[in-house]
Design a protein around this ligand. Sequence first.
Ligand code: NDP
Length: 476
Amino acid sequence: KLAQVGVTGLAVMGRNLARNFARNGYTVAVHNRSVGRTHEFMERFAEEGEFVAAESAADLVASLERPRRVVIMVKAGGPTDAVIDELAPLLDEGDVIIDGGNAHFEDTRRRDEALRARGLHFVGTGISGGEEGALNGPSIMPGGSAEAYESLGPMLEKISAHVDGTPCCTHVGPGGAGHFVKMVHNGIEYADMQLIAESYDLLRHAGGLEPAAIADVFRGWNEGRLASYLVEITAEVLTHTDARTGSAFVDVIQDQAEQKGTGRWTVQTALELGVPVSGIAEAVFARSLSGHGDLREAARGLAGPQPAALSGEDAKRLAEDVEQALYASKVVSYAQGWNMISVGSREYGWDVDLGAMATIWRGGCIIRAAFLDRIRNAYAADPALPTLLADAEFSRELAAAQDAWRRVVVTAAELGIPTPGFSAALSYYDALRAERLPAAVTQAQRDYFGAHTYRRTDVEGSFHTRWDTNRDEESA
Ligand code: NDP
């Protein structure tokens, strides 16, 4: 019997994705560069469904019905190119190669063009949710042509997570659109994690709460508008006691956060596109700073307040204030992420449906949360919404949250507790709503030292002031 889909690359992700396809009734051809892994797969999982073991790329191709669909789940970068180079000559016009790895969207654009020239379809797809998601239903963000999605989409939608009966998978747009939005998803994830970490820090040091008590606060939040996978697992982490020492787990692990690179890609791309994603950038930098033991060691003796717990009314109010600050800052980072998707979509001509991205991230992925329904509603009400902050619901909530948000940032500054995420989000909010920005000063400086010219508020055109002589203004 011919297989409906093939999976090559049987490490954790590929293996679980293959099992997911099989559990949903598909016959799956499985292949891996080292055949040992294929054999191990068959020994462990053959019983779960209909699998065809392929020992070589040629076997894999021969075992598939047409148009053939091959999912590549290998290490991103060179290995993906190596697998494509091996597969492409064996495939026929109309066949579909799917890359489910964490590829950079520029690589996906390049591969898409090269394979299109050979008559093959290429679908670069974001897959979120880690190994658990791959097995039980991930959020899937496929790019590539609409034609490829016609044959592939129903299968991907079937194996994806579902929320209220709606699949967490939709055709994002052509070319690199899928990997682009997956990248931004990860950037938003970095921001979410940083904001939650800052909330913890404030409750710990300004609130004087122990990790277990903070876990209770987070559990409470998880019943409200902040309900999300990340808040939920943070509570779990904070209640965990280290078996070796009997101390709170969070106190015995090193305070240095690592990263694999998608957050960095988001910020690099945002800089190139000129999109201000300050909250996401601060989250990436916060991880980077945490890892610089040398800088931290050298700065340890610098003057500043030692964090001391608040007392009285301030202490009582803190948890409620932090909830407001976290929520408001979260809205800002999502606004920045969605702005980035909108600009990327325009730049590359992808025509991404912004509301649909919120829909497919409600389940299966790391940032899954009830909150995403709100974003979906915002774009349903106005598909051309310039920023989420301008949505009536969100702007009302931000108005209600802002006093607490400001108090939290002030308290953090006074106590010497770093809150790059909260502070950047608040600055973004204030900068966007400002009547006049000091950018007027910056532009005047540029004109002064570099004759870069400026535009006036009252007259059309570009101007330059003769700073070096009589300060007359001339039309540029
Ligand atoms: P790894 O990233 O650890 O990659 C291991 C797999 O890649 C093995 O099957 C290996 O084959 C294969 N491979 C490596 N180099 C080559 C090569 N030159 N030619 C052919 N095959 C090669 O596997 P994961 O399952 O963790 O991830 C797979 C992809 O999914 C990656 O792109 C990853 O970024 C992405 N991803 C991972 C997530 C996760 O939570 N782990 C979440 C979402 C996406 P061999 O056995 O022969 O060495």
